[in-house]
Ligand binder design. Sequence first.
Ligand code: 0XW
Ligand code: MG
Length: 368
Amino acid sequence: MKITRISVHGLELPFREGSYRCRNHTEYGQTATIVRVDSDEGVTGWGEIAPLGAFYSEAFTGGVRAGLERLGPVLLGADPRETGKLARVMDAAMHGQMDVKSPLDIALWDIAAKAAGLPLAEFLGGRDGMSVALYRSVSQASPEIMLDSARRHVADGYRRLQVKVGDDPVLDAGRLQTIADDMDGSVIIFCDANGAWTSHDALRFVERTRGIDYVLEQPCRTLDENLVVRRHAAIPMVLDESADSLDALLRIHREGVADGVTIKISRFGGITRARRIRDLAVDLGLMVTVECVGGADIASAAIAHMSLSTPEAMRLHTVDFHNWTTVSNATGMPDVADGVMRAPVGPGLGVTPRDDVIGEPLFSCHAA
Ligand code: 0XW
Ligand code: MG
């Protein structure tokens, strides 16, 4: 099998809630870049990346697209099923730039699993359980507005709330207190600062919220700062933005910086490396969340399959990004109910991209 064409599409994904605020920064939607890979045997693969503006991660739309223009031609003629080899080919052609490689790599896995006749979760080693718990973010706002949105998410069935903190620690403690007071024991609260606090801020927050049951997520930016918080806070802690490399993972484990890690597929250049890191994290005894930076149905399908191929006992939760946006870019994602997500059962990602929504490619490259 040979890759004959790579097409790159763009799509705006407005947020259903109108806006989303974290790390003291507001976005009104995401811009997805969708990659389609065609092969000479008629099997087609799809991948998606949708950065959160340009402030959140290293990814930004212009960079992703410029990178794809450069990297796409390198893969033409290669066998798309050779995911490990092609990840090395991409690395040799382009240093770093994980967000560029991610949608390509996801599309290759979609093809490889389709060619094997298996849903991606099975192709990745097997579906462990039929569904994965979902969290829903409570966008940063006043305590009253956040309480309203927390109640809405719980009424919709979600049982895990990711409360966006990372602002003034006294205000943040009030946000948490307001929401926690209103919830019954079935709801688990994560306080996610997205790395916005100093260790000083984080410790003030921890001190003011003693006695409340919650998990602290990525209080500070660096591992050193997070380690300071960890040493002083007797609460469970997970790291997201800091879990960005093999070295970081090993250090998190060695120094006991956290109890769990969030592996964002795009941060690792796609499924090939995200899976390796995921498997290692599981073996090291860390709880694992597999997700991505954003997107719609194509991204959610990849997230669902990877999450379900993670051992259930070590799986923390994940996110249903396709329910965050007003735009659906594929059919086939099972409906989310009771705060859990399932993965499609058809081959590959198991979703069918909506040609009418995705439209004509921005550019494509193909064999001469
Ligand atoms: C809720 N998210 C997954 C959306 C943004 O990508 C950031 C984020 C998180 O967990 O921090
Ligand atoms: Mg997070």
